[in-house]
Design a binder for this molecule. Structure first.
Ligand SMILES: Cc1ncc(C[n+]2csc(CCOP(=O)(O)OP(=O)(O)O)c2C)c(N)n1
Length: 334
């Protein structure tokens, strides 16, 4: 199948229980990343950070449609993907602080998050490098006769790499249970999409490769969830690989904790326009409209999440650094 569908907000299909859980997931991701940003200047996290603040709806909606045994691969901007899939927060923060208790024993930093138990296979900082790994995971699932799926997160710049096209072609021709999820935040560092790609929807690339393709509002977590549910069912059934295009927007600088509107590569008006489409605020309005979540309940959730974050930071800060004797462990070659 090779169709392009646009999933719009559908109030009739609005599920308040699911809405509350997606709200919590997005708020948790945002609060964690805001705390990372607030504490970055302490220089305990000595790695680059690529924050997803503003982009929380995609990982929240995707992960809600997945099983624990489904696998995810991600990019340099991976915190939200890892957290939404159930990755361990303490191991993530310890990794960012270079501690032995980190998910890569303190060797990788923020762009190398993985959690085997949660189905977070890996993240890689080289643009598009994780795509063939995700396709390989899908191929292994098919060869083993499992009904799991592999989600491959990619940014809009990834489709400018040849390996994306080879991987998409291979996944399509082998009908692999792979779901490519392209988070289009309109920029590759400071270069806008219009200066890098012709004027056509990125989803046309999915169609061209014969992937079952959908477009979603990447700031609508419920819409992402609905579309993901359909794609996951398609891939799980053996019907073939899929592609989702989700338009969204990064609020902070490409790399680092700050806002960068003074740099001039994007306008303040554009930034404000996207901020007005905040995935969390828009979901609050919809939930309040249904009487599903009031301010006191939101505050109680925030308190719970704050306690979790405080504990996880304290854990990471108290965790030991790796011993010098282990510096050469796990190296392929010296
Ligand atoms: C092969 C390669 N080229 C260049 C870079 C430098 N680089 C790091 S992130 C990035 C932008 C990626 O943009 P996109 O994939 O759209 O993701 P976003 O950062 O917008 O989430 C670039 C060019 C890299 N890491 N790898």
């Amino acid at each position: 199948m090779n169709t392009t569908t646009t999933h719009s907000r559908d109030e009739a299909a609005f599920d308040p229980v699911l809405g509350v859980s997606l709200y919590r997931e997005m708020v948790r991701i945002r609060m964690i990343e805001e705390e990372i940003a607030a504490r970055y200047g302490e220089e305990k996290m000595r790695c680059p950070v690529h924050l997803s603040i503003g982009q929380e709806a995609v990982p929240a909606g995707i992960s809600a449609a997945l099983r624990k045994t489904d696998q995810v691969v991600s990019t340099h901007r991976c915190h939200a993907h890892y957290l939404a899939k159930g990755g361990d927060l303490k191991a993530m923060l310890a990794e960012m602080m270079g501690r032995e208790a980190g998910c890569c024993a303190g060797r990788g930093g923020s762009m190398h998050l993985f959690d085997r138990d949660a189905g977070m296979l890996l993240s890689l900082p080289i643009v598009a490098a994780s795509i063939p790994v995700g396709v390989g995971a899908a191929m292994a699932m098919k060869q083993r006769g499992e009904d799991n799926v592999a989600v491959i997160y990619l940014g809009d710049a990834s489709v400018e790499e040849g390996v994306f096209h080879e991987s998409a072609n291979f996944a399509a021709v082998r009908k692999l249970p792979a779901i490519f999820v392209c988070e289009n935040n309109l920029y590759s560092v400071y270069t806008p999409l219009r200066d890098r790609q012709p004027d056509r929807p990125i989803s046309e690339l999915g169609r061209a490769h014969g992937l079952h393709t959908v477009e979603v509002d990447g700031n609508d977590a419920l819409g992402v969830y609905r579309a993901a549910t359909e794609l996951v069912a398609h891939a799980r059934s053996g019907a073939g690989a899929c592609f989702m295009l989700a338009d969204t927007y990064r609020w902070r600088e490409h790399c680092g904790p700050n806002f960068d509107n003074t740099l001039g590569y994007r306008t303040v008006a554009e930034f404000e326009d996207w901020k007005g489409r905040d995935p969390i605020e828009s979901l609050i309005l919809r939930l309040e409209g249904k009487g599903a979540l009031d301010a006191a309940e939101r505050q109680a959730m925030a308190n719970e999440i704050t306690a979790e974050i405080t504990e996880a930071f304290a854990f990471a800060e108290a965790a030991p650094f790796p011993s010098i004797a282990t510096a050469a462990d796990n190296l392929y070659a010296l």
